[in-house]
Design a protein around this ligand. Structure first.
Ligand SMILES: [Zn+2]
Length: 407
């Protein structure tokens, strides 16, 4: 057992991390060990899991055994020497970085290192990044910075030039399915389905595999494009999609909002003196509510974006079937007699490579009905809707326009 066992499909970086842990025992800056690391990779590839595992290994007396108290508390986010910065807001501001720098200025409490994991280094403002830069460059520092971002270009050049870069990969469907069965005891059939439709996103795969309501919502959303016959049904499909995405986002945010509000009220003395909150408490609560509202809006957009990506996989499958049909058609005319058996096996293969195997019948029917160029246009329409949503276009209007394009 080892903390790095938990990383899925990232064997290519594990050796660098283990070498760094071994080198770090000398306490010197060596070729293998450095003070600043940057983990990049697509969403769901496990950037922060990799960073947290590395943090645990650095402070563990056994190089990341995964079982000792240091490893376990570090992985759970409760170790005194491991600070995990997760951002809810759109940016990490200079005040937050200054506060962080004060906290990590003390020497480590147990081991040789103090580790900061910053999950969204791409959200650092320029001034915040510059404040952090000084700390990263401080000679003799016992703090190790583990920054995470989607790509290298999302991080300011001043920061990324000081970091050792590690690129994570999108794990394969098989690797994700294997983890789901081994770690979460999910049946192989369900694990295969969840891994396949989540396209290497481990978190999404796990939610799909373990939550029936999420599966139900996805199932309804995937069938929406198939129900559109005219303008009226397009508008209806749009309304359903927005409703389902909102529902999904709300279930996620409501519980969190309430917990945050309660914690804040307690911090301002509610319940402790029996007299309600201290002065300033209600103002702080109002500010929190404002933040929660903007976060909720963003979560609806994220959830809509996820739904659109799912729908795009449907048309990707249609395109795949059309391409295979076209190839088989050519083969058949070229060698109608001799290659019959080969054509047959090639015709079976698109089902194997479909993301949405469960909808194979519907996909085949769509592939027959649509001219290939129309399939491409529909995928483009979905991507355009995603772009518009990311620029704050009104969700319902955007989806209505999209559904009309998909009709
Ligand atoms: Zn350990």
């Amino acid at each position: 057992m080892n903390v790095f066992d938990e990383l899925v499909g990232q064997q290519h970086i594990v050796k660098s991390l283990q070498d760094a842990v071994t080198a770090s025992r000398t306490g010197e800056e060596t070729q293998e060990m450095t003070h600043a690391w940057l983990f990049t990779g697509p969403p769901g590839s496990g950037r922060s899991s990799a960073a947290v595992a590395f943090a645990a290994a650095l402070i563990c007396p056994n190089n990341g055994c995964g079982t000792c108290i240091d490893c376990r508390t570090a992985m759970a986010g409760g170790h005194a020497d491991v600070e995990i910065i997760r951002t809810e807001g759109l940016s990490i501001k200079i005040d937050e970085v200054r506060e962080l720098l004060q906290r990590v200025a003390w020497s480590p409490s147990v081991g040789g290192w103090r580790v900061v994991v910053m999950e969204d280094a791409d959200r650092l403002t320029e001034s915040a990044a510059n404040a952090m830069l000084k700390a990263i460059e401080e000679p003799g520092s016992r703090t190790v910075w583990l920054l995470c971002a989607p790509t290298l270009h999302d991080v300011l050049p001043t920061i990324r030039s000081r970091c050792r870069h590690l690129q994570l990969r999108t794990p394969s469907t098989d690797a994700v399915a294997e983890v789901l069965t081994r770690r979460y005891d999910i049946s192989p059939g369900m694990a295969d389905f969840a891994a396949r439709v989540s396209q290497g996103h481990i978190g999404r795969a796990r939610h799909l595999a373990t939550d029936e309501s999420i599966r139900g919502r996805r199932n309804t959303i995937m069938k929406l494009p198939l129900t559109i016959t005219d303008i009226a049904s397009a508008f209806k499909a749009a309304a359903t999609l927005v409703e389902l995405a909102t529902e999904e986002a709300n279930t996620q945010s409501e519980a969190r909002d309430e917990k945050e509000s309660q914690e804040l009220a307690q911090a301002w003395g509610q319940g402790a003196t029996g007299r309600g909150m201290a002065t300033g408490g209600s103002k702080a609560l109002k500010e929190l509510e404002k933040e929660q509202k903007s976060r909720a809006t963003r979560m609806v957009r994220d959830s809509l974006d996820g739904a659109l990506l799912d729908i795009a996989t449907l048309y990707r499958d249609v395109m795949m079937v059309q391409a295979t049909n076209a190839t088989n058609g050519t083969q058949q005319t070229n060698s109608a007699n001799s290659a019959g058996a080969i054509t047959q096996s090639a015709a079976d293969s698109p089902i194997q490579s479909l993301i949405n195997k469960e909808l194979a019948g519907e996909i085949a029917a769509l592939a027959d009905r649509l001219p290939p160029h129309a399939t491409v246009e529909k995928i483009n329409a979905i991507m355009k809707a995603r772009t518009n949503l990311s620029f704050n276009a009104a969700p319902l209007l955007t989806i209505e326009a999209l559904m009309c394009a998909l009709a």
